[in-house]
Ligand binder design. Sequence first.
Ligand code: UT7
Length: 316
Amino acid sequence: MPIIPSGAIGAKIIGWGTSLPQKVVTNDELSKTMDTSDEWIRERTGIERRHIGGTTASLSIESGRKAIEMSGIDPLSIDALVLSTTTPDRTVPATSATVQHGLSLRCGAFDVNAACSGFVYALITGHGLVAMGMKRILVIGTDTLSRITDWTDRNTAILFADGSGAAVIEASSGPGQLLGWDFDADGSLEDLLYAEIGGTLHMEGKEVFRRAVRIMVESAEKSIKAAGLTTNEIDLVVPHQANLRIIEAACKRLDIPMSRTSVVLNETGNTSSASIPLALFDAVDRGRVKSGDNVLLVGFGAGMTAASAVIKWNQS
Ligand code: UT7
């Protein structure tokens, strides 16, 4: 469990933005083309509709532009772009290169692929770059899973969708917002959820579900401990938006009431790298997060990866 060294240069989020494709696909629409129903999807997943469309670069440019505008900074002052995605637009180059050009940045840019845990991996990486002397990092989480979904497979097609969320983090004079963090992977489980190059997603849903709850809880507990907090002191949990029942089971084990979670999956489906920033900034934009609140971000995904971070909102 990594403990942030005292005196390490910290960072905080100074601007954010999100982006969802315009096209909305409801459960009823899906039930016209495959053997499923709105009732089944709502009951077993909590999903009601999802947004489909766009490319990873186009959605990232939109969310990234909003985050830069909100932060009020000169794009040329951004030192690095870290893009979390499992669905790059091309094999080569990294989609972050396209996004860097689209946003007129002049900085290093690279992709991170840690599946649905990716945004938290990227946020932690951004903080690491700040600790190494950089001042401003643009962290984006984007996926266009609809492009690697088999739209005849009811096991996966009901879940996956597209979206993007972005944050500008800036070096701060104080300890910064990141209080504790953790990430992990277990590659022996890669066959539970995978897509071959050029292929579509295959998933052992039940087994992913079972393991997801356990690894989310384990990772969250490590981050909370590293932050020097207890679960009672977590004001808001922002979990990966995969399945409402997974979120409920994990929160129950953590002894955190559902009233202290952010859930957007009913509107978004599972957008992988975008799911945590979409849920975080939805809560912030609705005024659910106050300055000084302790916010737990926790994700899991293919690989099987897990990642979590406790941030103190707006701490400088
Ligand atoms: O980012 C990480 C990504 N992945 C996940 O987090 C996925 C984790 N897993 C899940 O969310 C759930 O396992 C699913 C939503 C995929 C499936 O839910 P479940 O409660 O595990 O359902 P199940 O596979 O046990 O299936 C229960 C029943 C079966 O019928 P019988 O055998 O009981 O007659 C399935 O054939 O539901 C049937 N079924 C469906 N029925 C209508 C399975 N999928 C569907 C469907 N519509 N889409």
